[in-house]
Write a protein that binds this ligand. Structure first.
Ligand SMILES: [Zn+2]
Length: 139
């Protein structure tokens, strides 16, 4: 069975993702809390239960923090020369908070892009459907 086509309205996925909105209607909230998705949209009832952005958002956050924030922490320590514990405490808080903030943004954007492209996880049932259409002969 083919899942229903999504993303018919073609909302801009980056815009709706950054604002944490539903990819289908752009009105309902995508997130239930900081990082967890709602099970469905309160505005249009789009079902989010089988959707997930996977590990992709975390990769982008790791790159962004590693490229931009870690050098700032190193520069802070080398230029101001505070005790190591001060650098560690200050920049641990900055890194954790910025990572969570970036992760929420990226989860919203990647969820919206996947929704607009009708991307989803491949399941064993998908292959069984293909086999039954060609008489079980395979390719
Ligand atoms: Zn919606």
């Amino acid at each position: 069975m083919t899942p229903p086509r999504r993303g018919r309205r073609r909302l801009p996925p980056v815009q709706t993702g950054l604002s944490g909105r539903c990819p289908e209607c752009g009105e309902g909230q995508l997130f239930n809390g900081l990082l967890r998705y709602h099970e469905s949209c309160a505005a249009c009832n789009a079902d989010f239960r089988d959707e997930d952005a996977g590990d992709g958002p975390a990769i982008f956050v790791i790159f962004a923090v590693g490229i931009f924030i870690i050098p700032m922490a190193l520069a802070f320590h080398m230029l101001l020369n505070p005790p190591l514990a001060v650098t560690f405490v200050i920049w641990s808080v900055i890194i954790i908070l910025s990572s969570l903030w970036l992760l929420r943004l990226m989860r919203g954007v990647m969820f919206n892009i996947a929704w607009q492209r009708n991307a989803r996880e491949v399941r064993l049932q998908d292959f069984k459907d293909t086999d039954s259409k060609d008489g079980g002969q395979g390719s």
